[in-house]
Design a protein around this ligand. Structure first.
Ligand SMILES: [Zn+2]
Length: 258
């Protein structure tokens, strides 16, 4: 398994520094969370000042693969409001453009949320999510970047909160899938998520099976057996504290027995 971490753990640090730390601690992937100072549009508009070409070269020299997490805060591809759907699509495409410049392998995004419990409204929302993300998939194919859609925790408002709905969206969009193993662990049978077609990578975090907690690996009850970890080609530790990222990396190495 190639092990990486989400830049969430080093939020606000300059990009160069994040890659330097990743290299020193032996990580092979960095997933950049495109929010705040790394918001895709801001980075694209200021690419000269940020020196994106240099960042790409630094990553290559360290042998670190880049993945991006598209902005999702306040966006919603499944929104009942067409303006929000259009803005979500625009920002997803901007993130794909950024991925192209950085030679990133893939970008992950969320399938969206629905605020009402009626089935017909949920069906409408799923349809909107697919409609919003299909052109993004088309663009991703044109530029040779992978678009991947993430499963969400088991709460009614999240789309892709079950393997069935996740699979439906991924198949209809024609995208790849990101499995957040902590999110999957809030579902009765997390292993069902492993059958989703086109899984490209995993977000790794832990919880106690009740709600999404993003605990260090091994501190909850998610399955990090060698059997599960053998399936994971690219694993991104997604926690908001870097000490816990390092702790989780050591845990993974121990579990893998390498
Ligand atoms: Zn996510």
């Amino acid at each position: 398994m190639k092990i990486g971490f989400s830049s969430l753990a080093l939020f606000m640090r300059p990009l160069k520094e994040i890659f330097k730390i990743a290299n020193e601690d032996g990580f092979e992937i960095v997933e950049l969370l495109c929010e705040g100072p790394y918001w895709s549009r801001y980075v694209l508009e200021n690419q000269k000042e940020i020196n994106l070409d240099e960042i790409r070269e630094i990553a290559i020299s360290y042998n670190i693969e880049i993945f991006l997490h598209a902005p999702t805060i306040d966006l919603n591809p499944a929104s009942m409001n067409r303006g929000i759907r259009e803005e979500t699509q625009k920002q997803t495409i901007e993130t794909l453009k950024l991925a192209d410049i950085l030679s990133a392998k893939a970008i992950t995004t969320h399938p969206g949320i629905v605020h009402r419990k009626e089935k017909r409204i949920r069906d409408l929302a799923v349809g909107y999510a697919i409609e919003t993300l299909q052109p993004c998939q088309k663009y991703a194919e044109e530029i040779g970047v992978i678009l991947s859609i993430e499963n969400m925790p088991k709460r009614f408002s999240y789309l892709a909160h079950s393997p069935k709905e996740h699979e439906k969206i991924v198949k209809a969009v024609g995208s790849s899938a990101t499995i957040d193993w902590g999110h999957a662990n809030t579902y009765e049978n997390p292993n069902e998520f492993l059958n989703i077609p086109n899984i490209i990578y995993y977000h790794l975090n832990d919880n106690l099976n009740i709600k999404d907690q993003h605990l260090p690996l091994g501190e909850g009850n998610a399955d990090f057996s060698n059997y599960f970890l053998k399936k994971v080609k690219y694993g991104i530790i997604e926690l908001n504290n870097y000490e816990n990222v390092l702790k989780s990396k050591n845990f993974l190495i121990k579990q893998l027995g390498v």
